[in-house]
Design a protein around this ligand. Sequence first.
Ligand SMILES: Cc1cc2nc3c(=O)[nH]c(=O)nc-3n(C[C@H](O)[C@H](O)[C@H](O)COP(=O)(O)O)c2cc1C
Length: 320
Amino acid sequence: MPAASAPFRNRVTELLGVELPIVQAPMGWIARSQLASAVSNAGGMGIIETSSGELDAVRDEIRRMRDLTDKPFGVNIAQAFVRDPRIVDFVVAQGVRFVTTSAGSPTRYTPALKAAGLTVFHVVPSLHGALKAVEAGVDGLVVEGGEGGGFKNPRDVATMVLLPLVASRVRVPIIAAGGMVDGASMAAAFALGAEGIQMGTRMVSALESPVHEAWKQAVVAAAETDTVFLNRRHGPGLRALRTARSESLESAEQNAMSEFGDRERVMRLYFGGDLEASLALCGQVAGRIDAVRPVAEILRETADECRAILARLGARYGGG
Ligand SMILES: Cc1cc2nc3c(=O)[nH]c(=O)nc-3n(C[C@H](O)[C@H](O)[C@H](O)COP(=O)(O)O)c2cc1C
């Protein structure tokens, strides 16, 4: 039996009902059925976004997921972007079993989601946030370091510091996010206390990602120093690909959120490939991505490589 088909059994695979504890990050407009079904079909956890706020489109995407995969998939509620409290009823009505909540207080939706029988993981950027989420009754945490792409706590903490800190203080299972891209980062995350990983930037640049090829190629071309962290003073902080526009905002006084522009500008970037039209959210790990690859290959290689590294380290340093 090939190594990758051996199950990765732990609390994350048990709770999520997946073969591989690898989660595709929620991302507005990007985390839709084309990408999410590829992840679920490859044995990971595909996630459908709601942060676009386009719930009619999201409902169609979830329907499409049922045609494209019979494997589990989940939904993300990015609370800062979906302010309508009926989002809980919406998600429950879609029949999904797994939800991640992010960008807001874990006390807001966790009780209702748990009461409806869903498995809930909350995304946290700090120890304080992690303890609050555990108190709110979540099943697990997505611990997200500040090197990751997307919206961030303005006081960003790297995965290397945050993950072992949180792991030392909570008992719930942890999915590590921020910098996860391959078997080496997965093995490192497991060493630091995670039982699963979430990939954002890697998935933006995957073959099945719906974004324009220009964005994927910009990720491939990017060095590890080619992202900017914006909006420290205003919040939410955000990490995006360095372009002329985003670089000019690094020292700007204004709130960078206005720089996303309207939907037309966002669409021009996401699907038209004009990288200056809006802000291309992106993590530092872009510097470790050197090709556009199919999701199934990414997941299989990540799992194989992680297992090989853990075995090698065990053999070398494990004693006995
Ligand atoms: C383009 C993009 C959009 C994102 N949108 C969301 C979102 O809607 N909800 C959310 O919880 N996280 C969002 N994130 C953060 C990701 O979920 C993920 O945690 C992060 O990308 C992990 O770091 P990485 O980029 O190093 O993999 C986004 C990230 C990117 C790159």
